[in-house]
Design a protein around this ligand. Structure first.
Ligand code: ADP
Ligand code: MG
Length: 729
């Protein structure tokens, strides 16, 4: 019996690092080479058009359609100088990736020939067929049109021969069918709300911007091995596979030496990412073998999200070139760490930062406290919704495991900030501040030491940790579009800030001094959001019990978590902040439930196929071999002695019989559970059935398969094992 597995293992072993010629220039010179950034706008557009476009980008002014043609023609000129022949509207539908439809620059010239053309109309708007993308029933069959519309705040870029134009994607009737449209609205909401709160402290603040720095974790697997694992290929994770004797227990991978082949991949990836304007900064090994991380410098949130989407697709392409496959699934391997994507989130004004602790004046410190507390208020009030925003069929494997934040949202602030909030909440108000002549209030807010900026007692178990000048949302999955989490976070904070301002204004209208009013409201809010603050070990069982007592959302079932999107307070928040309507939320939930069901459905099918076509045939083959041996032994040694000498083989023959039997019954039950679930029409109910009755049955089958892997002869086993998949030479 020839074994494909041995062949692919040998092939993987033979691979050498790809020669990647080092770029001749320094990164600063090729950075954003393929991006139509300001520098290029300035070169390719007239001064007037340039100024108008910058006004659109910086100040959110409406795009004057009359400049669209000029912008398009400047873009086209630059693109053609870079060998570009096609353009595409690049958008983020409610799937995992991005979508694009390429059109050539050509048009009839009316004289029987062709000319290259790209007009403002084509830049600004297109009509892809919305029915081919998940839309949750928003699109009626008679009106399948969807619009993609240019987002001028994210610069166009070139990939190969194509000019890519970042766009939003909405239905004919204006509902969002993507991540970008609501993200932009949420950014607008939090920007406006934060700006007006800033005006208490500084009238000169013109706008508040949200920043995002993501940290992308991923696994690499040799492509030959990958191709021999149908489960990896079809579901992104291994549905079976016994632990490798050695995996991460020696803690020798994290920050260890990067394998040469991987190093070559990383260099290649980073060069290409830098050329696309992604400011790559950090690369290192992660905790699990075969796991790595890439983090750029933070950027404006919308741009950072686009860059993350772009990077994920670039990774896949570059990995392929280096003979790897990149696994973005949150939990590709059982028993070792999964992958997340920390989202570092902060607010800055055009005059300074907001979440930075070391303010020079008590005013600055009070402003800092206001933004910290109102962020916590938003997170507290919508903690269940925030969890729903990061929940997927794939990330659910990671949350609650002992390596990732639990399926409960809480926030770590660290000792100093906790003490500060306690002081403000508990101190006698007269003690807290006193009037100092005309300058107004002198706040007795203890000075916040610089030290906190490096918040060294970082709590790794907290899903939403304050780290000195930003919050780090750690529960986001590696495969996710960050926008899903950020839409909720931005909107929740926008609502909290708006609510805060309303209450402060009411007190001021009643005759209270502004600072005193702010302190009253902030003291109240520190008390109200206390349950979200938790500095202890988020992985412990005590915390789960404690969180339930505090009334935090502890639901762990993925399809049930999605219900939070339709809670009255969620709908109210999204509508009030003008981010999404009820019908949009309903439609998106349909998509979420449907996607959940499909993922589990595919996994269950693959599990059935592999059990029947790989596992059982291989195990029975080995069993027959053993049986033949037992028969032969009996012939040679006679019944008595033969029995004694073949006891081990007989034991294994029996074990194989029992385990294959259990697998068969397990698969049968799995198929039946699926049949029952498939008859359910309602998407929510169907997803619940898949969660409650289908998914758990896969665990039982896997258990038997992994046991078989241990007893069947290695040479017969067809699927690459964990010990082979996980270690890159
Ligand atoms: P760690 O792994 O220790 O959390 P990294 O240096 O890997 O830290 O990543 C930190 C991320 O946070 C980077 O993307 C960085 O640019 C980003 N970041 C730093 N400061 C801010 C900030 N004020 N706002 C948003 N993101 C930030
Ligand atoms: Mg981090």
């Amino acid at each position: 019996m020839s074994n494909l597995r041995f062949e692919v293992v040998a092939e993987a072993f033979r691979k050498r690092p790809l020669e990647v010629p080092a770029p001749k220039e320094r990164p600063s010179e090729y950075f954003a080479k393929y991006v139509f950034n300001r520098q290029k706008m300035y070169r390719y557009l007239s001064a007037d058009v340039y100024n108008k476009l910058i006004d659109v980008i910086d100040n959110g002014c409406r795009l004057d359609r009359s400049i669209a043609d000029a912008v398009a023609s400047g873009m086209k000129q630059w693109a053609e100088e870079n060998g570009v022949t096609h353009y595409t509207h690049w958008f983020q539908p409610l799937t995992e990736g991005t979508a694009e439809k390429h059109d050539a620059f050509v048009e009839h010239d009316g004289k029987g020939g062709m000319i290259e053309e790209f007009s403002g109309k084509l830049l600004v708007q297109q009509e892809p067929d919305a029915s081919s993308f998940p839309n949750g029933g928003i699109r009626n069959t008679f009106e399948a049109r969807g619009y993609s519309a240019w987002d001028p705040t994210s610069p166009v870029f070139i990939i190969d021969d194509t000019l890519c134009i970042p766009t939003i994607f909405i239905s004919y009737t204006g509902e969002a069918l993507d991540y970008k449209a609501p993200l932009l609205k949420s950014l607008h909401a939090v920007g406006e709300a934060a700006t007006s709160v800033c005006h208490y402290f500084d009238k000169k603040v013109k706008k508040v911007q949200t920043n995002l720095g993501w940290e992308q974790e991923y696994f690499l697997v040799d492509e030959s091995l990958y191709s021999a694992r149908p489960d990896l290929m079809l579901t992104g994770r291994t549905l079976m596979g016994h632990d490798s004797a050695k995996n991460q227990q020696m803690d020798d991978h994290y920050f260890g030496t990067i394998p040469e082949r991987v190093q070559a991949f990383m260099k290649d990836l980073e060069t290409q990412a830098l050329e696309l304007g992604i400011p790559c900064k950090t690369r290192h090994n992660e905790v699990a073998p075969g796991q790595f991380e890439l983090a750029p410098i933070y950027e404006e949130c919308n741009l950072a999200v686009d860059h993350n989407m772009l990077l994920m697709s670039l990774m896949k392409k570059v990995a392929h070139k280096h003979g790897f496959r990149v696994l973005l699934h949150e939990k590709p391997f059982d028993g070792i760490n999964g992958s997340g994507k920390h989202n570092n989130w902060s607010l800055v004004t055009d005059t300074g930062v907001l979440l930075h602790a070391a303010g020079k004046t008590s005013e600055a410190n009070l402003r800092f406290v206001v933004f910290i507390v109102e962020t916590l208020m938003g997170v507290y009030k919508h903690n269940g919704l925030l969890k729903a925003s990061i929940m997927t069929a794939t990330n659910a494997h990671r949350l609650g495991g002992n390596e990732a934040p639990p399926a409960i949202i809480s926030s770590f602030l660290g000792r100093q900030l906790t003490d500060l909030l306690d002081h403000i909440e508990k101190a006698d108000k007269d003690e807290l501040f006193n009037v100092e002549g005309k300058t107004g209030m002198k706040l007795d807010i203890p000075e916040i030491p610089e030290l906190m900026i490096d918040n060294t007692d970082r709590n790794r178990t907290s899903p939403f940790a304050f780290t000195g000048n930003r919050f780090e949302f750690r529960a986001v999955g590696s495969e996710a579009n960050c926008a899903s989490a950020l839409i909720v976070l931005n909107t929740a904070v926008a609502e909290a800030l708006t609510d805060f301002k309303q209450r402060v204004d009411a007190l001021i209208a009643g005759g209270e001094d502004q600072t005193s009013a702010i302190i009253d409201v902030i003291r109240e809010d520190i008390r109200r959001c206390r349950p979200i603050r938790f500095d202890g070990n988020g992985y412990s069982d005590e915390w789960k019990a404690e969180a339930a007592r505090r009334g935090l959302d502890c639901e762990a079932s993925c399809p049930l978590c999605f219900d939070r999107y339709l809670d009255p307070e969620s709908v109210r928040m999204f509508e009030k902040m003008n981010v999404m309507s009820r019908s949009e939320l309903e439609a998106r939930n349909e998509v979420k439930w449907e996607t959940y069901t499909k993922k589990i459905q595919i996994e269950a099918r693959v599990m059935g196929d592999l059990s029947m076509n790989h596992i059982i045939p291989v195990a029975t083959h080995y069993q027959s071999r053993l049986a033949k041996n037992v028969g032969g032994m009996f012939n040679i040694f006679g019944k008595e002695e033969g029995k004694a000498l073949t006891a081990r083989n007989v034991k294994i023959i029996r074990e194989i019989a029992e385990r294959t039997q259990r697998i068969e019954t397990g698969i049968e039950e799995l198929v039946n559970a699926r049949k029952v679930a498939n008859r359910i029409q309602n998407e929510r109910e169907k997803a619940l059935a898949y969660h409650d009755t289908v998914a758990p049955k896969m665990d039982a089958v896997r258990y038997q398969i992994d046991k078989l892997e241990l007893i069947v002869a290695d040479e017969l086993w067809t699927l690459p094992k964990y010990r082979e998949l996980l270690f890159i030479r």
